[in-house]
Design a protein around this ligand. Sequence first.
Ligand code: ATP
Length: 239
Amino acid sequence: MSQVLSVDGVDAGYGETQVLRDLSLSVEEGEVVSLVGRNGAGKTTTLRTINGILTPTAGTVTYRGEDISAFDPTETAKRGISLVPEERQIFPELSVMENLRLAEFGGTESESAHSVSVQEALDMFENLAERTGNPGSSLSGGEQQMLAIARALVAGADLILLDEPTEGLAPYIVQDVMDIVEEVNERGISVLLVEQNVHVGLELADRNYVIDQGRIVWEGTSEELESNRQILDRHLGVS
Ligand code: ATP
């Protein structure tokens, strides 16, 4: 298995405020990896540091063997790294089809990218296919999440960074989003998934990292995490 992403000993934060402390994690080819932790633990900050919104003050971020620590979001996107933020970032006034077509233009130049055409994306996301002419703003929360993921695919993502994809969604939609993440992964696209809902991480991920106060405090398979009451209780507040 080759390594897609490696974060090594990273410190990062906002101005004087240090959030991440000596944080290390990795994603191997074709894996779904989850980063779980309480509110404010540093999950979003980790994704922002990987995609280049933030620059680490120590340590390195390596993507397919290349040091991308100093890259900005445009440069990481060209390599095939696609962040789907919690707020989903679709264009509300544009139609579903226009949202997808724009993603095609902003596409990656990466050779490792998986190309998914607009039509293939619509075949994957039936709900969207029925609403191609509707404005993004008319979609439900779950559909907006689907559109954001579809945009990442059409842009040619090779590694998708998903920030709390199930946040605020009704339970029956949570399952739909989880199915889509699995389908995306079956196409060979690696996924780093940030979740406050540990159950989503447990079900989807090959491996999990637990983050607390900007540090990785535990790493293991979903089976190991599920049976580790102490970690669940101490760092995640569930058991
Ligand atoms: P959440 O589920 O709340 O998003 P999280 O684990 O993703 O939790 P982060 O968003 O990474 O946590 O936030 C980690 C810490 O960084 C928090 O203490 C937060 O207040 C702080 N923080 C986040 N964004 C900023 C910012 N733009 N400027 C200053 N501090 C910030």
